[in-house]
Design a protein around this ligand. Structure first.
Ligand SMILES: [Fe+2]
Length: 210
């Protein structure tokens, strides 16, 4: 598949994942994000971002699209196929704050949003990868957020609440400004994330008792 088609296939897979997703009844923001992705495909508005790899990119080799959930497997296949030509990033503050081990095993690709494969200033969504055993410290951002677990396993903490394990296909929703943290299981974890609202402001780490 040509590079331009690999990018387009990833946008298409994520659009199909969000459009009509059962969670969109609880989280209408997913309909907004899916609609913008589908619209971009119709308008041929997928752009060619500059390929930019990170150490975490090598973890894509261990990702197998065999979840048994067709929409997720399609996203994983499109993601791993396009992975080497995508523009991988890390949240700027994290690169200056977190351990080298974390930074070697973490990164994400923005499919829609500022600087994404689809440009938008009202929505941001894409795929993130975290290596086995990582702890993503407590953080917050002004955008509303829904995560979906696509590969591996992870536990999520909202505010100072209990840690809740999530399985592939399950989602976690965060209100704007809500503090949250994640712990990743014993396999490479892939999360899709979707943001709406103030998507231009990055996540920032917050103290554990903050
Ligand atoms: Fe978040």
């Amino acid at each position: 598949m040509r590079a331009v088609d690999q990018r387009r296939d990833l946008v298409s897979a994520l659009a199909d994942f969000y459009v009509g997703h059962p969670d969109s009844e609880r989280f209408p923001m997913l309909t907004v994000v899916g609609g913008l992705l589908a619209e971009a495909l119709e308008d041929d508005a997928v752009v060619t971002t500059e390929p930019c790899g990170l150490p975490v990119t090598q973890l894509l080799e261990g990702i197998v699209a065999d979840t048994g959930q067709p929409a997720i497997d399609r996203v994983l296949r499109a993601f791993t196929a396009a992975g080497p030509i995508l523009h991988w990033v890390q949240t700027t503050e994290y690169a200056a704050t977190l351990s080298q081990h974390f930074l070697d095993n973490y990164g994400y690709v923005r499919v829609i949003g500022p600087g994404g494969l689809v440009e938008s200033d009202i929505a941001s969504a894409g795929l993130g990868v975290w290596g086995a055993g990582l702890h993503y410290p407590r953080h917050e951002h002004p955008a509303e957020e829904t995560y979906h677990l696509l590969h591996g396993s992870a536990s999520f903490q909202r505010r100072a609440g209990p840690w809740v394990a999530r399985a592939v296909g399950e989602s976690v929703h965060h209100d704007p400004g809500e503090h949250h943290a994640q712990r990743f299981g014993d396999a490479t974890c892939v999360l899709s994330w979707a943001w709406t609202g103030d998507v231009a402001i990055n996540a920032r780490l917050v103290p554990v008792d903050g």
